[in-house]
Design a protein around this ligand. Sequence first.
Ligand SMILES: NC(=O)C1=CN([C@@H]2O[C@H](COP(=O)(O)OP(=O)(O)OC[C@H]3O[C@@H](n4cnc5c(N)ncnc54)[C@H](OP(=O)(O)O)[C@@H]3O)[C@@H](O)[C@H]2O)C=CC1
Ligand SMILES: CC(=O)N[C@@H](CCC(=O)OP(=O)(O)O)C(=O)O
Length: 310
Amino acid sequence: MKKVFIDGETGTTGLQVRERLVNHTGIEIISIDPAKKRDVDEKRRLMKEADVTVLCLPDDAAVDSVALAKEEGCRVLDASSVHRVANGWTYGLAEMASDQRDAIKDAQFVSNPGCYPTGIILLLKPLVEAGLLASDAHYSVNAISGYTGGGNKLIDQYENNANAPTYATYGLNFKHKHLPEIEKWSGLKQTPTFIPSVGSFAQGMLISIPVRLAEGNAPALHAALAETYAEEEFVTVHPFNEVNDPNAPFLTPHGLENTNQVELAVFASEDGKSAVLSAKLDNLGKGASGAAVQNLNLMLGFTEGLAVNL
Ligand SMILES: NC(=O)C1=CN([C@@H]2O[C@H](COP(=O)(O)OP(=O)(O)OC[C@H]3O[C@@H](n4cnc5c(N)ncnc54)[C@H](OP(=O)(O)O)[C@@H]3O)[C@@H](O)[C@H]2O)C=CC1
Ligand SMILES: CC(=O)N[C@@H](CCC(=O)OP(=O)(O)O)C(=O)O
């Protein structure tokens, strides 16, 4: 059995990683005494005992735990947003490149991707690499997430406050913490405009990227995505212009809750010049804890899909 220590086991992401790992046949969770969850010596002891430590902590606490892990030479999978573009860290999005799985397998430090960037990078990166979208163009991304994406604080606001908004945009200071990883790993030369929003539902995420294609080649964009992900277990590309949704003809953030799946789609006008690239996922699944378990499986040599769904 491999041993995993979840630092931050009682938070939204930590609980979800734990829930998945209790069903994992090859991983034993080693837990910290809740009364000692901030005790540095106890964390150090468990990190040394574990094959991998998963950090499900706020960003500042993740920095402190990484310093400990570095002192002890331990392996870390960090779910926080601190190390996603940092030197010495491997970005834990297995599907982003043909050699990414090998990089994750061998890495000491793996950074779990943000929920929004997971969908955005899977859409943009292959199209930019294929020259079908210009790397130096400016892109706008609209997205909506379930409120669990905001962790315990936002969950409390939505579940215990009758005044929580049904729908709200945010990130209107153009400084959302996901922008650096979106720009870097999508291969963009300009920072995109990113307008996230939150709705009064717990889980689910929908991303829309409108693009204008002078060549009218929207079908080629769809074909490139379908080819890129043809062999991927956790990424599905739906047929061109087809709304695949439990609420069709509406395209919603729903249908993938508690799974590690991402669904991509391309919709276009008849002349192929106006298109929308779309990604759907569970912000807590492939957007957080499902991806974390997928990365743990890669780091520890297990079959990639073991226990990734709830
Ligand atoms: N929610 C999501 O969809 C996603 C979140 N993430 C990332 O995961 C991390 C955790 O987020 P999330 O689970 O939402 O946050 P939560 O607020 O739900 O949970 C954070 C947990 O960390 C605990 N904690 C805080 N400081 C320490 C410390 N020094 N040592 C040990 N435990 C500590 C908190 O305990 P207490 O309550 O006692 O303060 C709480 O249980 C963040 O960095 C976030 O960016 C990543 C992907 C998605
Ligand atoms: C609805 C909501 O507030 N969402 C969070 C992102 C959640 C997430 O997955 O981001 P990390 O992985 O970087 O924590 C936000 O926009 O800050």
